[in-house]
Structures are given as C-alpha cells and as structure tokens.
Design a protein around this ligand. Structure first.
Ligand SMILES: *Cc1c(COP(=O)(O)O)cnc(C)c1O
Length: 397
C-alpha cells in the first residue's frame, strides 16, 4: 500500500477529468489503486489489454527484448518486426504491413496510402468517404475523417477530403461518390459511437460499390481487430475482404503498437512516403508477436466467443429486469442501451463499488473485458452491475 498521492497540484495537462486515485498495479482482470482497493476492469485501457493486465507472455517478451535490443532505428530490419509482419499476413488477406505507435498514426498511413494510390491510378482522386459518428483518432486528418459531433469546428480548419455518409445507409454513400472519390473508410462496428455495427447488407453493399467504382475499402479495425469481436478481425464476420485495414489498441497487449495492412495491389508506398522514429521497433513488436501468438492459439478465440456470449446473455437479463434497451455488439465488445442519459452516473457508482465501466455516450454503457476473462469474472461483474443498476435506478424514483 502507498501513501495518498498529492493530486491537488500536479503538472499534467487537463485533457480528461480523472478520479482522485492512482492505479499502481494490474493483474489479469483486476486493477489495484494506491489504497490497495481492487477493481474488476471492464475497460482494460480502452480495449487495449486484450490479454488482461500484465500478462505473463507479454511481460516476458518485453523483458527479454529490452535486454537484447530496443531500437536499432526503422532504417534497419529487426527480427520481431519481420516475425510480426509475417504472422499478420499469414492470418489475414493482406500482403504488406507498416507498423506505427497509435491507431491514429495507422489511420493517417491508410489515408496517405489511399491518396497516393489515387494519384497513381485515379487521376489524383483524394476524397475518402467516412461516416457520421465515426472515430478514427486525434491527429488533424483523423479528426477530420471522424464524424464526432463538434469535431468539424474544433481546431478548424479541418483537413479537406472527408465527405460524411451515414452508417447502414448505402444510398447516402452512393450519393457522395464522384470523380474525386478514392476510398470508403469505416469501422465495422462504430466503437466510440456506442458499439453500432455495420449490417451485413451494408458491408456487402460497400464492397460491391468499391468494386463497381474502383474504390478502396478501408476498414479501421483499431478497436474491433485483434480478437475483440471473437474473430481475429471483425470483417471475418461479414465474409468480405477490405483492401486496407488498420489495427491498434489490442495489438501490443498494452504497449503502443499499431499496424497498417494493405493488399499488394494498393500497397504503393515507395521509400520516403512513410516512416516514423518508433515504427516497428523490436521492443513493441516482440509484445505484438506474443499477443498474436496467444490470439491465434488453438481454442483461444472460441473461448472468447463462449464467455462473450455469456456476458451478452447476462446483459440481456439485466436489460429485461430493469426495463433497459438493446444489447449490441459481439465477442468482448458490447454495449447496453440505457434509455436514459445516466451512463456517467452509473460509471461513477460502479467505480466506487469496484467495477470499471465506460459510457461512450451518456445513454449507453460499453463493456470491453480482457479477451481471456473467465466465466467466473463475468458472473462477478454482472452481479456487481445488477446491484449498481438497482441502486441507481431506485435513486431515480
Ligand atoms: C481508439 C481508436 C482509434 C485511435 O487510436 P489511438 O491509438 O488512440 O490513436 C482509431 N480508430 C478507432 C476505431 C479507435 O477505436
């Protein structure tokens, strides 16, 4: 146990409201604060710790690599980057990989790749159709690609070239296609918008539109990839193949690692087009190798789907019991619609009770447990959530 840290006079920029506590340790499904209090963690670093907190395989890979080679520079090959790129191409429909440090950086790379491809093959077409309520990151271009309310004027002017269509409305996409269009970019499940899946029909419609008009289909799987939805990538649920995909969050098991993957036909970067000081460094790639080996091990994702199904059923029961709305999502990316704007209040009460939740929008709760969380942990969380909902909704009466 540690002494109460002084949080009244710290020097961190106030980028988000934070509760008055400091997390000092994590193990699997649990986090521990400075007082030793334990929390069941259904945020997991925002769907980042796919194997839970401080997983032994990732810790070992990091420790071994840290003692061997941390960064020779991206201008030289290193073994973990080569191995991780091979693993990712073996287990996907893609041929080439670029590694970055954040989801936004991978998406910036996807945008640049599409624009370059447009210069080479489509008379300089550069527009990428993106979606209302979509989320692609916090750089200027990825904020412009996002459809988050208010982001069109925050830090104006925006980066041009991202006309917005409406998810699951194919006609709205068709209307925005013109001679300048080079690609369509979306999340298979809009995560920050509250776990809103693209329908089967819509995703197949987009693939067909892209084929018909010679456009690239870019899937931002930063949140949905790496096993989060119960398959290695969410697009496997649809049985379609994108031309370009980005990964982030879960890929490093908690350390900063992202990837831009492309099929050979649109992998058109040449030396000088793309790079970054930390891209593909062996330290984080060693963690990525440990993660992808775990996710692709026999039976791992089948168990994720099984436990995820139990969580879905438990949430459906709570929804019936408390007269709440629909349960959305799949695998370990789920949301419960509340039918009222009390998400933040429930998140606050849950934290006090020792359960970490997230409300991406005030009217819904999002659940992102570790992919290897157990049935027992899921039952424990559901029981806690049941008590919290009872308290909160009783307080309303
Ligand atoms: C989190 C997220 C990003 C941004 O990733 P960062 O690592 O925060 O830059 C991009 N797209 C989606 C779908 C995300 O969920």
């Amino acid at each position: 146990m540690q002494t109460q840290p002084d949080l009244s006079n710290h020097s961190l920029m106030p980028i988000t409201p934070r509760p008055d506590l400091v997390f000092v340790r994590g193990a699997g499904a649990y986090l521990y604060d400075h007082t030793g209090k334990r929390y069941l963690d259904w945020v997991q670093g925002w769907a980042v710790n796919c194997l839970g907190h401080a997983p032994a395989s990732v810790a070992r890979a990091l420790a071994n690599q840290a003692e061997t080679l941390i960064n020779p520079s991206p201008a030289f090959y290193n073994a973990p980057a080569l191995e991780l790129a091979q693993l990712l191409t073996q287990h996907s429909c893609f041929d080439h990989v670029f590694f970055g440090s954040s989801g936004a950086e991978a998406n910036e790379g996807a945008i640049k790749l599409a624009r370059k491809w447009g210069q080479l093959h489509k008379n300089g077409a550069f527009e990428i159709i993106t979606f209302v309520d979509g989320f692609h990151g916090r750089t200027l271009a990825t904020m412009s690609a996002s459809g988050k309310p208010g982001w069109d004027s925050l830090f104006a002017p925006q980066v041009p070239g991202f006309p917005k269509a409406v998810l699951n409305d194919l006609e709205s996409v068709r209307q925005r296609i013109n001679a300048n269009t080079v690609a369509i970019m979306l999340e298979p499940i809009q995560g920050e918008a509250g776990v809103i899946p693209a329908t089967q029909e819509f995703m197949h419609g987009l693939r067909a539109l892209c084929d018909q008009h010679g456009l690239l289909l870019i899937l931002d799987e930063v949140q949905t990839g790496c096993g989060r939805t119960g398959t290695l990538f969410a697009h496997q649920h649809y049985g379609i193949e994108p031309d370009i995909m980005t990964l982030g969050k879960g890929l490093g098991g908690g350390v900063p690692l992202s990837a831009l993957l492309a099929k050979r036909a649109c992998s058109c970067f040449t030396p000088g087009d793309q790079g970054g000081t930390f891209c593909g460094n062996p330290l984080v790639c060693a963690a990525g190798v440990a993660v992808v080996r775990s996710l692709t091990a026999d039976g791992f994702l089948a168990e994720t789907r099984r436990v995820g199904q139990q969580l879905t059923e438990g949430l459906n029961e709570l929804s019936r019991e408390f007269g709440l709305g629909e349960v959305r999502g799949t695998g370990m990316l789920l949301a419960l619609e509340l039918g009222c704007a009390r998400g933040p209040e429930i998140v606050e009460r849950a934290r006090q009770a020792g359960l970490l939740l997230n409300a991406p929008r005030a009217h819904c709760l999002r659940f992102m447990p570790a992919l290897n969380t157990t049935l027992e942990e899921v039952q424990e969380g559901l029981q806690m959530l049941r008590r919290i909902l009872a308290e909160t909704l009783r307080a309303q009466a």
